[in-house]
Structure formats: C-alpha cells, structure tokens
Write a protein that binds this ligand. Structure first.
Ligand SMILES: Nc1ncnc2c1ncn2[C@@H]1O[C@H](COP(=O)(O)OP(=O)(O)O)[C@@H](O)[C@H]1O
Ligand SMILES: N[C@@H](CCC(=O)OP(=O)(O)O)C(=O)O
Length: 284
C-alpha cells in the first residue's frame, strides 16, 4: 500500500498555504521571508520536473493590512474590497519573487460557477494543462470580489481539493498554522492528541475537526477534513502540515513523518460535481 515513502515520486502536486501562514501572527502583516522560501521550494519542485500548483489564501488578510483597517472585515462587500486590494498585492510579491528564480507564475481565480458550468470547467482544466506544458506555476485563489452566496466556495481548503481533483494531481499539501489533525482543537483543549495517519475518514474523525480559533483563518480543521474527502476520493494523498517552517515541504517530499497523512483511496464512483452542488456554503 502506498505511503509516505512514495511521496518523492509524486508527479503533480497542489500546495495550499493559508492566510495564517502567509502573515506574521503578531502584526497580521505579510511574511515576506516565508513567501521567498516558499517560492524557492516550489520552483525547485518544478525544476525536478513536477507539475506544481500553489493555492494561496491571504487576499483579504493582506488587503485589510494594506488599507489600514483595524479589524478583520465582517461585511461581505468589505471583504470583497479587501480581496481586490490584497490579491493584486499578493500577486505582485509572488511575481517579483518567482522572477528571481526565472520561474513564471500565473494567476487563476475561480468560483463555484467555474466548476459547475461545463464549459467554464473544461476551459479551466485546459488552461491548467497548457500552463503545465509551458512550465508555468499557476497560483489559484477564489475570485472573492465577484462571489455571491450561491457561487462561493468560502474556503481555500475545499477549493484546493477541487483543483486537485480537476487536474488529477496525486498529492495535496495543506500548510496551516498547526502541526496537523488532533483529536480536538489543541488551542481549546490541552489534552488533544496528534493523529499522524488517517486511512479512512469516518464520523468520529469528522467530529474532532472544529472551526478556526484564530483571527485570520477560515474554516479551521472542519474544511480541511472536507478537503481530505474530496482529495483522497479523487485518488490523491493529502497532508496537513505546519507551514511555520516552510522547509517542511522538502521534508514531506522526502517521506519524513511530518503532519497528518490522509491516504488516497480512489473511489471508482467519485464525481467531483457531487462535492460542489450538494455542499452548503456559508456567507461569513
Ligand atoms: N481537531 C483539530 N486539530 C487541529 N486544529 C484544529 C482542530 N479543530 C480546530 N482546529 C483549528 O484549526 C486551525 C487551522 O485552521 P485555520 O485557522 O483555518 O488556518 P488556515 O489559515 O491555515 O486555513 C488551528 O489553528 C486550530 O485552532
Ligand atoms: N480567498 C480568501 C481565503 C479564504 C481561506 O480559506 O482562507 P484560509 O483559511 O486562510 O486558507 C483570501 O484570499 O483571503
């Protein structure tokens, strides 16, 4: 049975980095040195011949800081305005950093509509394929500025799993501000125990995963477990790991026991659209 020792052979990898990992915890401002190390590692994976996608959160968090807002926006229109400002700034930083390594990035902004509309979904899929062929690293985020309740994913954990399934990736890595899945939120319960391997996601596991208890994160562990269902069902392994030390990506690829490993179990009846049309979306 495939396990961590096979991770080095993965060909197509989606890496998702959360807002909490892209910003300094104390100030909420963008963590440039971490982004720099991330970009170097992604470029190296690409140089090894792997196809790489980065799903990057942070548009709202960076926009909030850029606009000098005191509190995290709560109104939808305010979040959308922050995302419009922050997304441009994020891409500017990524462009600059990738350029230092001669690596071309691209921006792909998606909504649920991109996936449920057959033509849009096929166009997105074709674009990803073409970008891989050209050696480009796509940077994906939700198109927060145009979403409505109906077409909103709401969290990038789910979005990254959907992208994983869409492009038939064989590995999804979710980088968060926590080492992986615990039996309960360790920020609320000191007795919570770390889980390093998940073969199957069952109801017990579902009930362990709680919402985010940080100021910048969206969805907490609950959306990461939803993501694991999609990614593993589509045939990809998934790992939740701590993005605090970004070199953890190399350690994971080398098969080291880092984070929580969710084993792929290709479901022959897997239908991506089932996970998009039936899920309830929040409008937080
Ligand atoms: N069972 C659990 N195990 C680990 N973390 C949990 C659990 N339940 C809730 N959490 C919370 O989920 C948070 C990570 O999610 P989130 O804040 O959305 O970060 P990100 O921006 O990386 O997506 C952790 O900091 C933790 O407080
Ligand atoms: N699309 C939003 C991020 C949504 C999200 O899932 O955030 P996070 O929990 O930090 O990964 C943004 O770029 O601000």
């Amino acid at each position: 049975m495939a396990g961590r020792e096979d991770l080095k052979d993965k060909k197509r990898i989606v890496i998702k980095i959360g807002s909490s990992s892209l910003t300094h915890q104390e100030t909420g401002r963008i963590n440039l040195s971490k982004m720099e190390r991330l970009v170097r590692i992604l470029t190296d994976l690409r140089n090894e011949g792997k196809d790489v996608i980065l799903v990057s959160s942070g548009a709202i968090a960076v926009g909030k800081e850029t606009l000098g807002l005191q509190n995290r926006p709560t109104e939808k229109v305010e979040k959308q305005a922050c995302a419009a400002v922050g997304q441009a700034r994020l891409m500017m930083v990524y462009q600059k950093l990738f350029a230092e390594y001669n690596q071309v990035p691209a921006q792909i902004l998606m909504t649920k509509y991109t996936m449920i509309n057959d033509i849009s979904r096929e166009n997105a899929q074709n674009t990803f394929q073409e970008l891989f062929r050209m050696g480009v690293i796509p940077i994906v985020n939700e198109n927060d500025t145009v979403t409505t309740d109906e077409i909103e994913f709401g969290d990038n954990d789910t979005l990254s799993a959907i992208v994983t399934a869409l492009v038939n990736a064989d590995l999804l890595i979710l980088l968060s501000d926590i080492d992986g899945l615990y039996t309960d939120d360790p920020r609320q319960n000191a007795e919570a125990v770390f889980i390093d391997f998940v073969e199957r996601i069952d109801d017990r596991l579902d009930s362990m995963a709680k919402d985010s208890s940080t100021l910048v994160g969206t969805g907490g562990m609950a959306t990461k477990i939803s993501a694991a269902k999609i990614a593993t069902g589509s045939g990809a392994d998934m790992i939740i790991a701590n993005g605090e030390e970004i070199n953890i990506i190399n350690a994971i690829m080398a098969g080291e026991k880092k984070g929580t490993f969710f084993q792929a179990h290709r479901n022959e009846n897997f239908k991506l659209l089932d996970y998009i049309s039936t899920r309830q979306y929040s409008n937080k």
